[in-house]
Design a protein around this ligand. Sequence first.
Ligand code: ADP
Ligand code: S3P
Ligand code: MG
Length: 183
Amino acid sequence: MKRNIVLVGMMGSGKSHIGRKLAQRLNWQFVDTDRKIERSVGMSISDFYRHEGEKAFREKEFNILQQVSRYHEAIISFGGNFPMNIEAYRVLHRYGYIIALQSDPHRVEERVGRHIGKRPTVDYGNLHEFVIKMIRSWEDIYSYCDYVVDTTRGGASQLVETIVEEIDRQGVSFAERKQKEYE
Ligand SMILES: Nc1ncnc2c1ncn2[C@@H]1O[C@H](COP(=O)(O)OP(=O)(O)O)[C@@H](O)[C@H]1O
Ligand SMILES: O=C(O)C1=C[C@@H](OP(=O)(O)O)[C@@H](O)[C@H](O)C1
Ligand SMILES: [Mg+2]
């Protein structure tokens, strides 16, 4: 039996947007791992990454994953800075139903380019090449996921219903939250 739903995928695939709507639809909590890391270290992801480096970031991220992976009735959006690695996958998959969101390059470019500067690791000067490379780096992950959703087309409400129907179709059941366990 699972406890939560984890959304993974490249930046601009819609994790935050769809995650919030899915949480509303199910009346669950929405949790963003990047925001939790930022609260825990007291600085932005980009500052932490710049000051402490990738190894420290990965350790912190793993730490947070272990914590949130045990949550019940939560939609957990996994930060899109890097493709999920196998250790993160194992931790999240124990209790989480893992959904990968993906979109075609032109849509990712359009979404990420909408707020220039918002995502500190994006190369906005070379957006097209950056997006192609990022999409490629996520390709190997999809076969590990429980469900892959293409978010290139379709509004968020429609995509949320598609996800809910698929979970029903697969007969996934989730343990209920019995006590307050979040921040
Ligand atoms: N299905 C969708 N339909 C319309 N706009 C969307 C959809 N999914 C995401 N967006 C928009 O695209 C942008 C990036 O989405 P976001 O949820 O922040 O992606 P991520 O968290 O995966 O980087 C946001 O401005 C969001 O409102
Ligand atoms: O560019 C970056 O480093 C970030 C991009 C965002 O990713 P998403 O677009 O996946 O939300 C988010 O993880 C965080 O704010 C940092
Ligand atoms: Mg996001």
